[in-house]
Design a protein around this ligand. Sequence first.
Ligand SMILES: CCCCC/C=C/CC(=O)SCCNC(=O)CCNC(=O)[C@H](O)C(C)(C)COP(=O)(O)OP(=O)(O)OC[C@H]1O[C@@H](n2cnc3c(N)ncnc32)[C@H](O)[C@@H]1OP(=O)(O)O
Length: 362
Amino acid sequence: VGGPAMRASQEDFANAMSQVKLLKKDPGNEVKLKLYALYKQATEGPCNVPKPGVLDFVVKAKWDAWNALGGLSKEAARRSYVDLVSSLSASSSGRATPAADGKRADSDHVLVTSEDGITAITLNRPTKKNALNTQMYHDIMLALKAAGKDSSTITVLTGSGDYYCSGNDLSNFKDVPSGRPEESAQRSAVLLRDFVDCFIDFPKPLIAVVNGPAIGISVTLLGLFDAVYATDRATFHTPFSHLGQSPEGCSSYVFPKMMGPSKAAEMLIFGKKLTAQEAFAQGLVTEVFPDSTFQKEVWARLKAYAKLPPNSVRISKQLLRSQEKERLHAVNAEESRALQERWVSAECHDAIAAFLSRKAKL
Ligand SMILES: CCCCC/C=C/CC(=O)SCCNC(=O)CCNC(=O)[C@H](O)C(C)(C)COP(=O)(O)OP(=O)(O)OC[C@H]1O[C@@H](n2cnc3c(N)ncnc32)[C@H](O)[C@@H]1OP(=O)(O)O
């Protein structure tokens, strides 16, 4: 993936830096800080300058924003910068944006809260069943990097509304510049790989609170969580073949180990949808709760876990993960490569076109 993607990205980055000066609307301090942080990370790498004094408000805010990006790669920072500028330019010129719902894609779709020793990352795009658009992948990565370094003991991923997540936003495929599908597939494969790497490397316990149906990448990633609590209303569906695609999130390795090869094949090759109880029986879900008491019971449990000594919990998590880490990174790279090819296939294009023209639904 190295050369061409990197050069294209640097060119895009230079264009984005020029575009940012031409914005008609002031994007506000929060966005400006984000732009600053991504710029610094993209050009200088992780923040390693000394922390400024608390009274130096502006410098401290800038330092915090940069430092929150943790070890995000320069390449990923460049891409996030380019995506952010492009969504700002679109909204300031009134053009349509890459977001599927026509609104500017920003961190409104990924909420982060931190209290009682728990950092919660909430997918907040309920009108689209929390489908993941490109900006959300970037926002989740940023949120995970920050959560990995904050003072919380555990991190939770959940969804707002009736779905946990309907997987990749299939409208992402609409934004391919004409004549450049290969380039776009390559960029998406890099993003996918970086995204899944964040889950593989996450340094403290990561818990999924599956508040409703889960589809696609939101299911496969569950194999990289330390615990998965689900409402009995949740279902688990990986319709990759129906979409002309192939598994990701390390599921091609983790699922067969977890549930045995034939049950994994039913899900990942034939797209069998599991109920919450079935997913529990296969080891994908840790525990299922009645929907009526789900939130109350799960959050009470999480608050108790979050009171455990944070360093001990973190070290145990890392020990459990360390045996498999290298292997998981290799699997992630392989799955991302396979998907890069799938995304330019006729099988995939036909399936996505059918969904987008509302002919097909799962
Ligand atoms: C960096 C790239 C990484 C890529 C990694 C790859 C991952 C692979 C996957 O994740 S594969 C899974 C992809 N997901 C799907 O195929 C789900 C598609 N959605 C549906 O089949 C249905 O919408 C549903 C079953 C989730 C829900 O059906 P329901 O009838 O209850 O509701 P609606 O269909 O009316 O949905 C409400 C609006 O939400 C939009 N929407 C839902 N899911 C997606 C999605 N994944 N992508 C885009 N849009 C989605 C839906 O179109 C409706 O929008 P509208 O109100 O504007 O019509």
